[in-house]
Design a protein around this ligand. Sequence first.
Ligand code: E4P
Length: 214
Amino acid sequence: MKFFIDTGDVKEVREAAAMGLVDGITTNPSLIAKSGRKYREVVVEMCELVNGPISAEVLSTTYDEMMAEARDWHKLHKNIVVKLPLTQDGLKGVRTCTSEGIRTNVTLCFSPNQALLAAKAGASYISPFIGRLDDISETGMDLIQKIVTIYQNYDFATEVLVASVRNPTHVVDAALIGAHVCTIPYSVMQQLIKHPLTDLGLQKFVEDAKKIPK
Ligand code: E4P
């Protein structure tokens, strides 16, 4: 499973990349707003740091405006994947982008049918938001299983990019299902590293190391 980092903070990208945990990056308007920086500036820096797909989301919601943004992002760097919302205009945008050789990530997916439509439109990635489904008492991971099954049934090339990841269980469940990609916040990556027995074991080794004759 590929690991993307879900962030608007280039410092987090640098840290995670130093551990070899960044195959790509996703971001969104909320994450960029949190960074307090200009969108383009952040994305350019990300492109310099990571040689992999970097999802930059359009800010508009109408087809013509989204296409103008998509072409603009595409011109900026070869690794940029344009993130479009799962709406009627968004799907039209995906189809046009596909015909123009622009890779797309369809965001805000909450149902198997939406994922089916995105694949039919030619999306490179589908982003089902599992954490937000869990938030409303649905089991987000069930959606991932359904989408993976549907895509396998018909050999769709669209990759399942598990998004809205909130905890380590989401990551291991995505890997068990066989999702192509999981986009993970830096804080969750840090949680993945930790195990109390690792800490205890290391503490013991450090103490015992002091007893070894020099
Ligand atoms: C991914 O592409 C989305 O930007 C992100 O995972 C959304 O996560 P959230 O539901 O925690 O905001």
